[in-house]
Design a protein around this ligand. Structure first.
Ligand code: DOR
Ligand code: ZN
Length: 406
């Protein structure tokens, strides 16, 4: 298998190369003879690794399941997804992790991993299950996962191996109860999480930072890592108002000032995930919080690139290399010999309009509906196979595998 004449970043510089693929892995980059996928005029990036998605299985497959969610991923150039544990039932026991594994191994069209839920009383289960990553909820959100007490958070921080990441949903429930999901609710929780992580001397990821102050507070502990999501970069509270019930997400969209501040703080953000949280339109009307994001996250960033808001090196490090490193996903996140042949070919000049009804996700709406973006996903190559092509959709369902090191 050969990808011909792609433009890619090599040591920081754009170069035209053919990419030779063998056995699902990148063999080398150079100039080769032979037939293959013509990538003339297209830019090649490593397959995107989205470390924060809600695939809703088991328990809410009317919203999404492993098949529809991973197909939506591929259509956006995402070749690896890490699933969140706030399903019903939540992923807090080895048996439930096994149940998810069995479902995903049959249905996933791209690679995947699982975050394990930190429960009030599942310390032994964590030891038994040996998950690749854990998720702590400091505030209540979709599902029942919630740790009411800092002592429990600290115990999980101590209980879980130091080389593995713990991801924290940092919104302080006491402040939420008093004044709602304000920036302060997020910032206080981040400060607490960073303090507890420091005491436990462990690395910890702040999920979906929505204000620059959260980033600052997280970074008071050197082993903190910070995630943000496209909606905190591309949407603000005015957009939320305009979207009505479709504008509800936790943490909420912030002021224009905070949104701009997030762009100014780009250098301190470690990785970008979608927090793909699909709900059906009727569920949104009933108050459900969350945005779908798979399918548009890379195009949004490419559009920002076309407007000189971000460099290609940032996109590759924050959406590919860093999530691979942070979540111990080996052999992924780079276009280099020996790495898995997950490659997304994008057209940096093509303008297209976001239309949810053409997307793979089961939820069939998007907060970006109607937006014109410059930068499109033309082809997604997964494990060396052409898996998605613009215009044709998913053309090959290679089975995905579990990837986080355990
Ligand atoms: O808006 C959100 N939706 N925030 C979360 O923390 C959870 C997510 C969901 O699972 O629906
Ligand atoms: Zn989430």
């Amino acid at each position: 298998m050969l990808i011909r004449n792609a433009t890619l970043l090599l040591e920081g510089k754009a170069a035209r190369k053919d990419i030779l693929i063998q056995g699902g892995k990148i063999k080398s980059m150079g100039h080769f003879r032979g037939k293959g996928i013509d990538a003339t005029g297209l830019f090649a990036l490593p397959g995107i690794i989205d470390a924060h998605v809600h695939l809703r299985e088991p328990g809410a497959t009317q919203k999404e399941d492993f098949r529809t969610g991973t197909r939506a991923a591929l259509s956006g150039g995402v070749t690896t997804v890490l699933d969140m544990p706030n399903t019903s039932p939540p992923t807090t026991t080895l048996a439930r992790l096994r149940e998810k594994r069995a479902l995903a191994s049959k249905k996933a069209a791209c690679d995947y991993g699982f975050h394990f839920g930190a429960g009030e009383d599942n310390f032994e289960e964590v030891k038994k299950a040996k998950p690749g990553s854990m998720k702590v909820y400091m505030g209540k959100t979709t599902g029942d996962l919630f740790l009411p007490d800092e002592k429990l958070i600290f115990r999980h921080f101590m209980n879980f191996p130091r080389e593995k990441p713990v991801v924290v949903h940092a919104e302080d429930q006491a402040i939420i109860d008093a004044e709602g999901r304000t920036p302060l609710a997020a910032q206080v929780a981040v400060a607490k999480a960073a303090m507890l992580a420091r005491r436990a001397s462990r690395r910890m990821c702040i999920a979906h930072a929505s204000t620059p102050r959260e980033i600052e507070l997280a970074k008071k502990w050197e082993k903190s890592l910070v995630e943000t999501c496209p909606h905190y970069l591309f949407l603000n509270e005015k957009d939320a108002e305009g979207l009505g019930c479709f504008g509800k997400v936790y943490p909420p969209l912030r002021s224009e000032r905070e949104r701009r501040g997030m762009w100014a703080a780009l250098g301190s953000i470690d990785y970008l995930s979608t927090d793909h949280a699909p709900h059906l339109p009727e569920e949104k009307e009933g108050g459900a919080a969350g945005f779908p994001g798979l399918g548009v996250s890379l195009p949004l960033m490419l559009d920002a690139y076309s407007r000189n808001l971000v460099g290609m090196d940032w996109i590759i490090s924050r959406m590919c290399e860093n999530p691979a490193r942070i979540f111990n996903i080996r052999g992924k996140g780079r276009i280099a010999p020996g790495f898995q042949a997950d490659i997304v070919l994008v057209d940096l000049r093509r303008e297209w309009k976001v239309r949810a009804d053409g997307m793979e996700s089961r939820c069939r709406w998007s907060p970006y509906e109607g937006r014109v973006l410059r930068g499109s996903v033309e082809k997604a190559i997964f494990r060396g196979e052409l898996a998605y092509e613009r215009g044709s959709g998913i053309i090959c369902e290679t089975k995905g595998k579990e990837v986080m090191a355990r």
